[in-house]
Design a protein around this ligand. Structure first.
Ligand code: MG
Length: 461
């Protein structure tokens, strides 16, 4: 075996660990070599990173590993994750590696692998990388005259910016001249978000947009972690506040009154904007566990929503299959195929600003016009096998009569104004129950009925 045993978290969304603890430089080097051979076929690879202090170190290890197996490296520096996907296609590269642990705290870092299509590697491709890491082929390393080249290129940021600007009604946004507070959490969005907002004619109040400073807080943009941003929005007299995660693929929103909307609203607002522009018959796509507010918004524009299994890759597959004009998940990740086939907070911001410009109304009013639901989530001690075994019993339960059952990802029971979804976690031997209903009591009740029927205990609310 080439490298040290892998003890970090391995999934299609990245290989993550605490640097110097569960993720070492040797592993990163070995994984880059394996990626270079198994996915990039020793050809050109794009490398980007977020602003973590371990980023430059790991970028050097990744570049060294790739070059040692003959890959040509184009280093695009500090960029949002979606910029790497854009650059892979722009440069005709055979793959890309983003060095970022996304919303994880500063001590974490990760490698996120992109294939030639600019998409995250799938499970099969991830297996190839791990196999190649554990058991490298003969002639793995090049001789001195076969080492891959290296160059730096910052132009993909300009391409990314241009694509976002081309996707929205810039004149309408400029005419509305909104005052926008942007919090980049000192992450990779700092290099693009303030620039984009200025190009859209916004009066920009940027906070935590410094590449040289650490994350000012736990960087996941949850209500708890960003509860101070509402006061900043009010103090700045802003029309809206945007909050990015460190690799700028997720977006959370605060309204002009300082209220944190919740990441479920990001996709809903973006879809309202995009579906209005695309016209009747256009499609949105999201996973089975995302709020049904999306159906309500789609119905207003004569549009429909296609649902897929949970996971960004499943949503992207669904979008391509059905020709969706907008997609994403309820975690603040919005996908617009005109920009990139992956989550991007920048097109998210532009679409929301376009929506506000056309509505000529404050954000809180626009949100109030969307039916509200309460979502209840819990984790229960039930593994994948047990979920499958429980489905027939759940379907025959008295309360489930009259509901539509969708069995593509665990089981989801759907009524006209509520739903409950039981699915096995992809990473732990537990399951999640997510319920949405017009009131929190109803949502809890639905979750409880499912839990009681399975006989499983709650692990975490
Ligand atoms: Mg992220």
């Amino acid at each position: 075996m080439l490298g040290p045993k892998i003890e970090c978290v391995v999934s299609v969304s990245g290989i993550r660990g605490v640097v110097g603890d569960t993720l070492s430089v040797e592993q990163v080097l070995g994984l880059a070599q394996a990626f270079g051979v198994a996915i990039a076929h020793c050809e050109r690879v794009v490398v980007g990173r977020d602003t973590r202090t371990t980023g430059p170190l790991l970028a050097q290890a990744v570049s060294a590993g790739l070059r040692a197996v003959g890959c040509e490296v184009i280093d695009i520096g500090v960029v949002p994750t979606p910029t790497v996907a854009i650059a892979v296609k722009e440069f005709g590269a055979f793959g890309g590696i983003m060095i970022s642990a996304s919303h994880n705290p500063a001590e974490w870092n990760a490698l996120k692998f992109f294939n030639r299509d600019g998409r995250n590697v799938d499970h099969t491709q991830l297996d190839w990388i791990i196999e190649c890491y554990k058991d490298p082929p003969m002639g793995f390393h090049r001789r001195w005259d076969g080492v891959g080249g290296y160059r730096e290129d910052r132009s993909p940021l300009d391409v990314h910016l241009a694509r976002v600007l081309a996707a929205v009604d810039v004149a309408a946004i400029r005419a509305s001249a909104p005052r926008v507070l942007i919090d980049c959490v000192n992450g990779a969005g700092s290099v693009l978000a303030p620039r984009l907002l200025a190009a859209l004619g916004c009066k920009v109040v940027a906070v935590h947009d410094r590449l040289d400073l650490p994350f000012p807080r736990n960087p996941e943009p949850t209500a708890h972690n960003v509860k101070h941003v509402g006061a900043l929005v009010r103090a700045a007299d802003a029309d809206i506040g945007f909050i990015q995660d460190p690799d700028a693929d997720r977006l959370a929103i605060v309204d002009e009154t300082g209220r944190y909307l919740g990441e479920e609203y990001t996709l809903v607002l973006c879809a309202a904007s995009r579906l209005a522009a695309a016209g009747p018959g256009s499609l949105a796509c999201t996973n089975l566990s995302t709020s049904r507010m999306l159906e309500d918004v789609a119905a207003r524009h004569g549009s429909k929503v296609e649902r897929t299994k949970v996971g960004e890759a499943n949503v992207v597959d669904g979008m391509q299959k059905h020709g969706a004009v907008i997609g994403g998940e309820g975690n603040g990740g919005v996908i617009d195929p005109r920009v990139v086939m992956g989550r991007d907070s920048h097109i998210g911001m532009a679409l929301v600003l376009e929506l506000l410009a056309k509505a000529k109304a404050p954000l809180s009013e626009v949100v109030r016009a969307i039916p509200t639901y309460a979502i209840h989530k819990e984790k229960i001690a039930l593994d994948r096998k047990a979920v499958q075994a429980a489905i027939p019993g759940l379907k025959s339960a008295a309360w489930a009569q009259g509901a539509t059952a969708d069995e593509r990802d665990g089981v989801k029971f759907i009524w006209p104004d509520r739903w409950v979804h039981l699915r096995a976690s992809g990473t732990e031997p537990v399951s999640r129950i997510i319920a949405e209903a017009p009131g929190l009591d109803h949502a809890r009740e639905l979750a409880e009925m499912v839990r009681a029927a399975t006989g499983a205990a709650v692990v975490e609310h």
